[in-house]
Design a protein around this ligand. Structure first.
Ligand code: AMP
Length: 373
């Protein structure tokens, strides 16, 4: 019995995969969309889950169900067997992830009701970063207020950062526990993590997934005073500013386009806004590489993953160009080779290995789920 059912429940969608642990492959999978939306025939997550289970079929021998949960706060540093108390704690943490945790919970409740006989495990996006030390996760604000409202850096994409860094160690043939690495997860959401001996020691996302790199629609780092300025001088209220920074900023805000492929094409055709967006995107990445190199006190590997990181050789080269003084170099032929495999793209003998490692969050969730049951 080596199959784990992985569920990623969003506010109006359920993404699912049946992962075979022995082969490390997905046996089946899919996406149910538009749950509860006007005109949709799927009323709620219970109905959605029933459709998923019908598709899954009878008589499957499933070891456990692994649920992706976005925010585990400071409560969850490891994958956790779900009972009513864990459900309640995930609910309580909705304060920190109002869009994500309630949606994750809908999936958990529907799946636990439909599959009561097997263990359900929560795998948290924040868990891998619970190893951050106070110096890295503390914001320099009123300490009492921060404690009361759980305000600190948590970090996200942890499942991906963990998976690709372990894969990179395997590809390099070196012990994970001895490597200093910087992982660039560059997808629609994007984050950088510094990993020392298999522990996350710093990461660019913060209390929420808004901080850090330039993303598809998120601003990443800004001076917090921009928020006051927008309120006082642009007449926006807090919810409008939230929407602006989370949904209308980043590449979209700078260019009107949120897909990096479109931005790159526009830049190639001479669109000045698109070119500037690429420069800001690159500038921010290099800011973090420099910072994390210093924090790590050395560097063995830089790893690219997710939509942009896995697929775009030109942007990888652009991101790391001119960093030879740090020992970071990219071999153009290796970089341009298209592949679905984890691979090294730095030249032989380079001080820092540069790798492309396709992420596989479902497989990582399945593995972590199995580790608990
Ligand atoms: P992810 O969030 O990892 O699924 O990544 C999705 C994002 O990756 C999309 O929004 C695209 O902007 C980006 N992407 C995918 N393929 C490419 C590519 N070949 N070049 C640039 N960006 C890409």
């Amino acid at each position: 019995m080596t199959q784990v059912f992985v569920v990623n429940s969003g506010s109006s969608s359920i993404k699912y995969q049946l992962v075979d642990l022995e082969s490390g492959t997905s046996v089946m999978g899919g996406l149910i969309e538009r749950i509860g939306e006007p005109g949709s025939f799927i009323a709620d997550h219970v109905e959605g889950m029933q459709i998923v289970l019908d598709e899954l079929g009878e008589g499957r021998d499933i070891l456990a169900v692994g649920h992706r949960v976005v925010h585990g706060g400071s409560a969850f540093a490891v994958p956790t067997l779900i009972d009513d108390a864990v459900e309640a704690e995930i609910d309580r943490l909705s304060e920190l992830a109002p869009l994500h945790n309630p949606a994750n919970l809908l999936g958990i409740r529907a799946a636990r009701a439909a599959l009561p006989g097997i263990p359900h495990v929560a795998v948290f996006d924040t868990a891998f970063h619970q190893s951050l030390l106070p110096a890295a996760y503390t914001y320099a604000i009123d300490a009492e207020l921060a404690r009361t409202h759980q305000i600190r850096r948590y970090g996200f994409h942890g499942t991906s950062h963990k998976f690709v860094s372990e894969e990179a160690a395997r590809v390099l043939g070196k012990p994970y526990a001895e490597l200093k690495m910087i992982v660039l997860h560059l997808g629609n959401g994007a984050s950088v993590t510094a990993i020392d001996g298999g522990q996350s020691v710093d990461t660019s996302m913060g209390l929420t997934p808004l901080q850090g790199l330039v993303m598809g629609t998120r601003s990443g780092d800004i001076d917090p005073a921009v928020v006051f300025h927008l309120k006082r001088h642009a007449g926006l209220d807090v919810d409008e500013i939230d929407t602006l920074l989370n949904r209308k900023s980043g590449l979209l805000g700078l260019t009107g386009m949120n897909d990096m492929r479109d931005v790159q094409e526009a830049a190639q055709q001479g669109n000045a806004d698109a070119e500037l967006a690429l420069q800001v995107w690159r500038h921010r990445i290099r800011h973090y590489i420099g910072a994390y190199y210093a924090q790590l006190g050395g560097l063995d590997a830089v790893i690219f993953t997710a939509g942009i990181g896995e697929n775009n050789a030109l942007l990888r080269r652009r991101a790391l160009g001119g960093l030879a003084h740090l020992g970071i170099r990219v071999d153009d032929d290796r970089n341009e080779l298209m592949s679905r495999e984890a691979r090294v793209i730095s030249p032989d003998g380079a001080r820092v290995a540069v790798l492309v490692v396709p992420t596989n969050e479902e497989l990582e969730i399945a593995r972590q789920t199995a580790s608990v049951v």
